[in-house]
Design a protein around this ligand. Structure first.
Ligand SMILES: [Zn+2]
Length: 89
């Protein structure tokens, strides 16, 4: 049996671009195929407790490195690190 790792080809969940990825290292996004959103995320982009059936049918979709980077930047902008205040003894 050949022991070479062929890159998997998939479509990025975020930008729909086809890209090669290594299943061992690629970022996967949990998506409920019925809504097209991650379990627990509402259509308006809010968060609620995910329904158990939504979690059960959720599939892992690959996300390309470019979108991962964009998402990280977006998250960092939304959740700036806690401001550090000087503390008094
Ligand atoms: Zn992408």
């Amino acid at each position: 049996m050949p022991d070479e790792r062929l890159p998997t080809i998939g479509r990025c969940y975020a930008c729909k671009r086809t890209f090669h990825y290594d299943p061992a290292t690629v970022t996967m996004f949990l998506v409920d195929p019925e809504t097209g959103f991650p379990p627990g995320m509402t259509v308006l982009g809010g968060q609620r407790d995910p329904a158990p059936e939504s979690v059960r049918r959720a599939e892992r979709r690959p996300v390309c490195p470019r979108c991962v980077e964009q998402a990280e930047r977006h998250l960092a902008a939304q959740n700036p690190p806690e401001p550090r205040f000087p503390t008094w003894p």
